[in-house]
Design a protein around this ligand. Structure first.
Ligand code: MG
Length: 379
């Protein structure tokens, strides 16, 4: 290329760049997003007692109700909704959850609603632990953003709602008679997740197999205390149509779990061992997958990061939940097109769900198309 031609192209290039820099770009549809609210969010919250259809027993205890805290964040006449399902296993109580929400009040008041990443980071820097409270706030912030933009959350994340998986339906620990009754009630759900680790595992499996030959997934909730007991149970479960086992041993027994994984004929999934994305790399040798929960992670944003962390390490991903209403479950369900397995049935286990949101049809999660999380108050 001679000098004059090079000059010509250089001139053209710089001219085009200058033109691009000064061109008046068309206003985007969500122009309201460019003017941050001066006032930030007004926070309201209240506990609601959710009554369980059946007493809920895990290897660590029994309950007949769950007091979750429901959060509203209001700004510019739009109200974002969130739910905190505290878990005593992680040092959270109804009181500590409400204290954490109160601690966030000032941050929320100053927050720019469009800078939801900033808001989440500041809350995480300020409040120690209490991930259920943080999760409720993150849900409410994203619900607000979705409502303001008129988009359901799955669309904000660029996900295909038709890829939402089937959810399991959980059967808590119980007597054989009640287990058989629960399994009959679970007729509309093709996949069952069975709680074990309470000392009557054989009795439970027999009661289930009396009624159904559906595929099962088993959650021991850290209930098997030695690796010899755990491998014996896992081999027996594998022979009885169990697809995988969740958290067979206590969270801190990582070496023993790695020993199990080398011998197990079925995948082993972490639950109590994993909270946030940062927990996942050290689990890669001991587990085949991770059960990520918005409540444990401290929000939808961190759950999203945890899912991608797990995927990048070649781990299977599951989205799980606490006992919660359709609000929290629907929020999680918006992430479900990303994961291999869903266990999003907390709302199916309660009898006074205050909201309507995600539907479950033959186990399939059907996401609402309404903006944000997309739940509405039940009449
Ligand atoms: Mg679990």
């Amino acid at each position: 290329m001679d000098v004059s031609r090079r000059e010509f192209f250089e001139t053209m290039r710089s001219g085009l760049l200058a033109a691009a820099a000064t061109a008046a770009l068309p206003r985007v549809a969500f122009a309201s997003g460019s003017s941050p609210s001066e006032s930030g969010y007004l926070l309201r919250y209240a506990p609601i007692r959710l009554h369980l259809k059946h007493a809920w027993t895990l290897s660590r205890g029994t309950s007949t109700y769950k007091d979750n805290v429901f959060v509203e964040l209001e700004c510019d006449g739009i109200v974002g909704l969130g739910e905190a399902a505290h878990n005593i296993r992680y040092g959270e109580t109804l009181e500590s959850t409400q204290q954490a929400l109160e601690q966030a009040r000032g941050i929320l008041r100053r927050a720019n609603p469009w800078q939801f990443v900033e808001t989440q980071l500041e809350i995480r820097r300020t409040i120690e632990g209490q991930n259920a409270a943080k999760a409720a706030l993150d849900m409410a912030v994203l619900d607000w953003v979705g409502k303001k933009l008129g988009l359901p959350l799955y669309q904000l994340w660029g996900l295909n709602p038709k890829k939402a998986p089937q959810t399991t339906y959980s059967i808590g620990i119980d007597s054989p008679e009640i287990i058989r009754q629960k399994v009959r009630e679970a007729a509309p759900y093709p996949l069952l997740k069975v709680k074990m680790g309470g000392g009557n595992d054989e009795e439970i499996l027999k009661a289930i197999r009396d009624v159904t030959d559906k595929p099962l997934r088993v959650d021991a909730n850290e209930g098997w205390k030695t690796k010899e007991e755990a491998i014996r149970k896992i081999e027996w479960l594998a022979r009885n149509g169990v697809e995988f086992v969740e958290q067979p041993m206590p969270a801190q027994m990582l070496e023993e779990t790695a020993w199990l994984r080398e011998r197990s004929p079925i995948p082993i999934i972490a639950d109590e061992s994993v909270h946030t994305a940062a927990d996942i790399p050290k689990l890669a040798g001991a587990f085949d997958g991770v059960n990520i929960k918005v409540d444990k992670a401290g929000g939808l944003q961190e759950a999203y990061r945890a899912i991608w962390m797990a995927k990048s390490l070649g781990l299977k991903t599951m989205l799980g939940c606490m006992i919660a209403s359709s609000l929290s479950i629907t929020a999680s369900a918006h992430l479900s097109p990303l994961v291999d397995y869903a266990d999003l049935d907390g709302h199916l286990l309660i009898e006074n769900d205050p909201y309507v949101g995600v539907e479950v049809r033959e186990g399939w999660l059907i996401l609402p198309e309404r903006p944000g999380i997309g739940v509405i108050k039940r009449d």
